[in-house]
Design a protein around this ligand. Structure first.
Ligand SMILES: *Cc1c(COP(=O)(O)O)cnc(C)c1O
Length: 432
């Protein structure tokens, strides 16, 4: 047990031994056999291992949902990981201006990149997009009326409801239109009634089809500006590249919002940007400055690891290498032939299963109903739910899909460097 003391520390080791002994005593009291010395040691060691295993740990995503919110959304690029590692390992110029030798601002690091990429006057990075929206409304519309279309009072998931966030900011909701239709005249009337701000929220995770109407963003901007009101656009995903290039619907881009004249655009760092969790605000310098100096900005600020990873991700876009370097875009860009070749290779190595045509989704509350054609490895199992549970218990856990009693694994979301580990764990689970 000396080795355990150096590996786990004295108190954890003693606790595990005492707990193993106590459990054996109480089981013996109920008539169970008394375990031998080696068996007791094995039980104590098992406790030590499970008590010190990290709770948050990597999994292999074979579900085919690219931005799986429950699995941590976007995997980072190699350059982003390296940037985080360097900043994490030591000191950095986080808030230190190297030219003057004086105190600097953490906000400068990603701001210049965002300005260059989008042409926006100013930018601010906070902890996540929910925080960005809360900050924007708190700073610009507290105790004032905010006009928003009824069809945009959406719930994104994880408890983020646009109307609740608006209320939390102290803004007064001025809903216009009906569930399915809103006209420019609805906006004009609400603005004339004395509003301070006009908001647009992207309906990220659902579609309204049929008898619908919504004015173009540029038109909303025009009537708002005519009355001297700024427009805030909660874009959600915040794509910088056009998803239509990959055979999906077009997800509104950050550049389009700015081109429509929006004053402040909010979006996530870890959705279609493919970076770390972050909330990004870009737009008019005056409005961004108001957000920067609001007390909430300090409470929801981004940390140095986020800023390092985000800057490295943004640089991929600036260098026009995002499709090559950002895992999210590599996955989206994967062709059905490439998926088939991967799935075929898996099948050949495993010697079990078949290939079936299927669909991957982007997830992360973007592009609802849109899919990418893929080829899946399908495993027929006598007890599929039990097999899925065995896959989740593997190290690392494998998250697969269950459809029509078959286990389905999608090559699109399994990182290429995980292939060997994935196949080893899959075949162990299959033979276990
Ligand atoms: C996802 C989303 C949010 C929340 O963003 P987080 O980065 O997850 O906090 C807010 N608004 C919209 C429209 C979204 O799609």
């Amino acid at each position: 047990m000396q080795d355990w003391v150096s590996a786990y520390g004295r108190s954890l080791t003693l606790k595990a031994i005492r707990d193993a002994l106590a459990a054996a005593r109480s089981q013996a009291g109920e008539g169970a056999a008394i375990p031998g010395f080696d068996e007791l040691l094995a039980r104590a060691h098992q406790m030590l291992e499970s008590r010190t295993a990290p709770s948050l740990a990597p999994v292999i995503n074979a579900s085919g949902v690219i931005l799986h919110t429950n699995l941590g959304r976007a995997p980072l690029s190699q350059a982003s990981i390296a940037a985080m590692q360097q900043v994490a390992a030591g000191y950095s110029n986080l808030e230190f201006d190297l030219a003057s030798g004086k105190r600097g601002s953490r906000l400068v690091h990603a701001e210049a990149l965002l300005q260059q990429l989008t042409g926006a006057e100013a930018a601010l990075v906070v902890n996540n997009n929910a925080a960005a929206v809360l900050l924007a409304l708190s700073a610009l519309a507290r105790r004032k009326s905010v006009v928003i279309a009824r069809s945009q009072l959406v719930e994104i998931g994880g408890g983020f409801r646009v109307p609740d966030v608006m209320k939390q900011s102290g803004a007064k909701l001025l809903e216009v239109g009906t569930t399915n239709r809103v006209h420019l005249s609805d906006y004009e009337q609400a603005i004339a009634g004395g509003a301070a701000l006009v908001m647009r929220a992207h309906r990220s995770n659902f579609k309204i089809i049929g008898f619908t109407e919504e004015p173009a963003l540029a038109e909303i901007v025009k009537v708002s500006h005519h009355a001297g009101l700024p427009v805030v656009d909660d874009l959600g995903s915040g794509a910088l590249l056009d998803t239509a290039r990959y055979g999906m619907a077009h997800e509104p881009t950050v550049q389009e919002s700015l081109a429509a004249g929006v004053d402040l655009v909010c979006f996530s760092g870890d959705k279609l940007l493919g970076g770390p969790q972050a909330g990004i605000l870009i737009g008019k310098a005056g409005l961004v400055a108001q957000c920067k100096k609001h007390p909430l900005a300090r409470a929801i600020r981004a940390d140095k690891l986020c800023l390092a990873a985000l800057s490295a991700t943004l640089l991929h876009y600036l260098k026009e290498e995002a499709e090559r370097e950002v895992p999210l875009w590599q996955m989206i860009a994967m062709t059905v032939e490439q998926a088939r070749a991967r799935a075929q290779k898996w099948r050949d190595v495993l010697g079990i299963g078949g290939l079936v045509a299927g669909e991957s989704t982007v997830g992360g509350g973007s592009l609802p109903g849109e899919t990418l054609p893929t080829v899946l490895l399908a495993l027929e199992m006598a007890h599929p739910t039990r097999f899925l549970a065995r896959l989740r218990a593997a190290s690392p856990p494998i998250i697969a899909r269950l459809e029509e009693n078959r286990i389905l694994c999608d090559p699109r979301t399994v990182l290429p460097e995980q292939d060997a580990l994935f196949l080893a764990r899959l075949s162990e689970a299959g033979s276990g």
